[in-house]
Every structure is written in C-alpha cells, then in structure tokens.
Ligand binder design. Structure first.
Ligand SMILES: [Zn+2]
Length: 374
C-alpha cells in the first residue's frame, strides 16, 4: 500500500491543512497527530512527509515517482528517521526492528500496537520506547541533513515512552537542532507529558467519514453497497475494525463454498475429489480449520431445523437458504447424531494437533457413509 494523500482514507480537512502548511512554508517543528490507529494518523503522517520531501508535488499530492518519493515510500530516505516501541528483551532500539517496520508499513500502514507486537514478538511481550532510544534520537538528529532539507524524526506511539525517555525527548524539543521536524503519532495525547504536548502543534485525527470508508471497502474487499455501508457503520469509521469485519465475511463465504463442496463430492462418492478437498483444507491455518468445523456444525443444526420447523426458523443468508433447502432432506434423524459427533470429534482432535491430512480424509469418508444413511 502506498502512503500518498490519495491512499489515506477520508480525512480531507486534515490533508488540506497539511498541504497548506507545506505550500506556505510555515512548518512547525514539532507536530502531534493523534487518534485511534484505525482512523489513520500514521498513514496521514507518512503522506505528509512524502509531500514535504517530494521534488515535484502538485496542489493535492506528492508525485509518487520522483526519487525522494520513492525513498520515502520504501522508508529508506536518509533524512527520515523512525522511532517506535520495541520489545526490550529482543532489542533495545528501533533500528534493530527496521526491516519488520518497513514490512509492516508497506503491507499495511493501518495497524495498532497489538498487530505490531504480534509481528515482532511471538511471545507478545509489551514493547516500549526506552531511554536507549532517546540516545539514538539525539545521535540521528546531530547528523547533517543528507539532502539539504529537513531532517524528520517520526515517533510512532510516544504513548509507550518510559519516563526517562520522555524527559530526554522534552529536552530535545526545548532546543531542537536546526531544520528538524518532529512528528509524533500518538493514540491519545493524555499519555504524553503536558510539557511535551505544549511544544507541539496538535492535529486530532477523527474517525473516518462513513461514506468514504464504505466506498473504500467496496473496492478493496469487493463488497456490495449494503454490505460495505453496514460494515463501515458497525466499525464506527475505524478502518482496522472494518478490515477485520470484511475479512471475516470473506472467510464465511469460503467456509460455505467448502461445506457445499464437501457434501457434493461425498454424495457423489467421488473419492479423488474427496482427497483433493481434504488436502486443501489441511493446508489452511488451524484457526481457519476450526472455524470451518464450527461452520459445518452450524449448518447441520440449521438443516435439522429446516426439516422440522420450516424455513422461517433458520438463521442463514439467502444463498445458504437455497443450499439448505436442497441439502436438508439428506440430514435426518437417521444421521444427524453421527454428523454432529463426527464434526465435534474432529474439532477436538484438531485442537490437540492431530495430523490434519489424515483427520480431514477420514472426515470425508465418514461423511460419505453418513450422507447415504439419511
Ligand atoms: Zn515526488
């Protein structure tokens, strides 16, 4: 994902303010962008830096192709420095995590501390910005600017700075080295020293306009109007939440297709296709496999309801209802118990790290037997 203004979702008012700042040449040397990470303070800050460094900017965005733009996009610009929370028992300073940082930002600049922690530490220990880091900040800012313009120090989540580091940072902000621009990207300013806050120009990054978010979901996750509007509203203008919801809906679609496929090949007794099905599922992540089993259990119960209570009782989407109508007759008092215990057992074994290829192959063969019992 690129980080130009055009790729930041919504936030037109702030974009205009930042553009004006650069165009007027009145750039305050310490700026604080704050708001929920899902509203996009980091992408906005990065787009601003790129606009500032761009050699061929226009009235609304950086060019995206000049050498300065490319360096910012790769997070390799020699005058752009980063500082962010890191797990101290792995490494004390941000530089040791730079490749993770570049990867995270290029894959997806909308992320929060939770996602970042998961990326850098499988044990999930809490990352902080320590006093070692403040020394690094000082060292970097004492260097001359490589390209002759601003030196930018972007600090992501100063919320997580320890006290010693905050005090050091305050000293630097009180007497900033020449041509230095500090950009602090925080979740909430209350976590910062009041004396630090008062030395910055503050930009509150509000929730994303729901229409902007919705139209973005429509293109990026190929949702229809109704789906994207409902996800945007449910996520309350937060892109991180919205993305989670949109991806979850995508999985549900995948489970449904898988389930239908399983029933189809087992009904036809197509052994080769059954093996292909088992192989495919066994290559998925464990969480996805577990969700699939849960989905299948849900569908069996819905089929039973359909048979005994009629269509009105079941909770399923329109597509699922069509499928259930055709499928439900095969689920009867003669096999429902078997199906439910088969899938329950599979879940149990999955949770205990069974060999998934064998597990799903057996699941297919049992399903084939049971479906013909109905
Ligand atoms: Zn450019």
């Amino acid at each position: 994902m690129r980080v130009q203004f055009s790729s930041v979702i919504g936030q037109h008012h702030l974009k205009n303010l930042l553009i004006q700042q650069v165009q007027s040449g009145k750039i305050s040397h310490a700026q604080l962008f704050y708001g929920d990470p899902g509203y996009g303070p980091l992408p906005l800050a990065l787009a601003f830096v790129q606009y500032l460094f761009c050699e061929d900017r226009n009235e609304s965005d950086s060019c995206g192709v000049c050498s300065a733009c490319k360096k910012v996009q790769d997070l390799q610009h020699p005058d752009l420095h980063f500082s962010f929370p890191v797990v101290q028992s792995i490494g004390k300073t941000s530089d040791l995590f730079l490749s993770d940082w570049r990867k995270q930002v290029s894959e997806n600049p909308y992320f929060d501390l939770f996602e970042w922690t998961n990326r850098i530490d499988p044990k999930g220990r809490k990352p902080i910005i320590s006093v070692e880091e403040s020394k690094e900040i000082l060292r970097k800012l004492s260097l001359k600017s490589f390209e002759g313009g601003f030196k930018v120090m972007l600090i992501w989540l100063p919320d997580e700075m320890n006290e010693q580091c905050s005090n050091k940072l305050l000293k630097i902000l009180e007497e900033p080295p020449g041509n230095t621009l500090f950009i602090l990207v925080a979740e909430s300013p209350e976590n910062l020293l009041v004396t630090i806050q008062s030395r910055t120009q503050k930009f509150l990054v509000p929730r994303i306009d729901l229409e902007e978010l919705s139209s973005m979901l429509k293109t990026q996750f190929s949702k229809n109007n109704a789906q994207s509007a409902s996800i945007a509203a449910f996520a309350e203008g937060n892109f991180i939440k919205a993305r989670g919801l949109a991806e979850d809906a995508g999985h549900k679609q995948l489970h449904r297709e898988r389930f239908i496929q399983l029933m189809r090949v087992c009904y036809k007794k197509d052994v080769i296709e059954m093996l292909v099905w088992a192989e495919e599922l066994s290559q998925d992540g464990k969480e996805t496999q577990k969700l699939f089993i849960q989905y299948a259990l849900h569908m069996f119960r819905q089929s039973l309801l359909q048979n005994y209570m009629g269509e009105d009782m079941i909770s399923a989407s329109v597509d699922e209802k069509v499928f259930l109508k055709n499928f439900a007759p095969y689920i009867t008092g003669g096999n429902i118990r078997e199906f439910i215990s088969l899938f329950d057992d599979s879940y149990y074994h999955l949770d205990r790290n069974a060999n998934t290829k064998i597990l799903f192959t057996q699941l297919c063969f049992q399903t084939m037997r049971y479906i013909h019992l109905g």
